[in-house]
Design a binder for this molecule. Structure first.
Ligand SMILES: Nc1ncnc2c1ncn2[C@@H]1O[C@H](COP(=O)(O)OP(=O)(O)OP(=O)(O)O)[C@@H](O)[C@H]1O
Ligand SMILES: [Mg+2]
Length: 301
């Protein structure tokens, strides 16, 4: 089960954060060799690449042609090896310093979106899989995590899911996000794109008190849910969403240590690693990855 797409219906719901967290927790909690993990940035705006490398090093990777964009161009004309295209964060992202990263990539002529247009023009939805297989990535890595652009442009989701139907889907526990997420899953299935969703709630519980209380009233684990009144309409919607896939029993909530200002720049302290453990382990188990139990139940903030 090597490829893990991370997809979403809304933007900014935590795909990139969760992709990085999965890679980090695979190393610190499941004790996977970081060199056996590949993070693929399948987002033409290069959110993950920029977060991990910063602007200058991302630009350098593009100039050195060490990106998915360049790998795909080269794959058209010759045999490629994944090792020619990956970059290691090192000191720029200590939490994932030895994890291989395939940045999205761009140059004066275009970016990943121009490649994806071509893939679709020629009906090559399986192209990501083909490139990963052809470059030896599928055997070189035990886990390939694919961060994507949101479903507003369905092509990124479709390509990622065509490489593995078992997809991690972060969302906020809001009426809008739950409805959108259900619509995305339904639309994919309607177009005969197989997807087995693993939903995970990720949100700022300080801002979404009613939503936190609703999740808690439904038995989802989250730290200090507060005393707001649960929302019956949201409850029904979340209940309906659960029919479409698995839902992580613990929610991830926002911590400043997980924000892009801090993570993966530095390793997570014990408190946050423990707080993020339960939802991450839920995802690992749903993905069929054998993970040990978390050291403690949720810590207080
Ligand atoms: N659990 C979290 N704790 C703290 N901050 C978070 C958490 N999840 C997301 N964020 C913050 O929310 C913002 C959006 O998160 P992120 O970039 O991971 O979302 P995304 O789904 O990848 O967005 P996009 O659709 O734009 O690619 C970022 O600033 C990120 O740091
Ligand atoms: Mg992102």
């Amino acid at each position: 089960m090597p490829v893990i797409p991370v997809i979403s219906a809304s933007g900014g719901v935590g795909k990139t954060t969760i992709s990085l967290l999965l890679a980090y927790m695979l190393t610190v909690h499941v004790h996977v060799d970081p060199r056996r993990i590949l993070l693929v940035d399948l987002d033409p705006t290069a959110g993950l690449s920029l977060r991990v490398f910063g602007d200058d090093r991302y630009d350098e990777a593009c100039r050195d042609r060490r990106t998915l964009y360049h790998m795909d161009l080269d794959f058209n004309v010759r045999n490629v090896r994944i090792d020619e295209y990956v970059n290691f964060p090192g000191r720029s992202a200590e939490a994932v310093s030895n994890v291989a990263v395939l940045p999205s990539g761009e140059d004066d002529k275009g970016d990943l979106s121009t490649r994806i247009e071509e893939w679709f023009r020629y009906g090559r939805r399986e192209r990501l899989w083909d490139v990963l297989e052809g470059s030896g990535a599928l055997s070189r890595y035990d886990y390939i995590i694919v961060d994507t652009a949101p479903f507003f442009d369905a092509r990124y989701t479709i390509i990622a899911v065509s490489a593995s139907e078992r997809a991690v889907i972060p969302l906020r526990p809001t009426v809008t996000d739950v409805k959108r997420t259900r619509r995305m899953v339904t639309a994919l299935r309607k177009h005969r794109i197989a997807v087995s969703p693993i939903f995970v709630f990720n949100f700022d519980k300080g801002r979404l008190a009613k939503e936190a209380a609703t999740l808690a009233s439904m038995g989802y684990g989250l730290p200090r849910p507060g005393r707001a009144n649960p929302d019956p309409k949201l409850r029904t919607l979340i209940g309906e969403l659960a029919v479409h896939g698995e839902v992580a029993a613990s929610a991830l909530v926002h911590y400043k240590e997980l924000s892009d200002a801090e993570f993966p720049r530095g390793r997570l302290g014990d408190r946050i690693a423990i707080a993020a453990c339960a939802p991450t382990v839920d995802l690992f188990r749903a993905l069929g990855i054998n993970a040990p139990p978390c050291p403690l139940e949720y810590e207080e903030e």
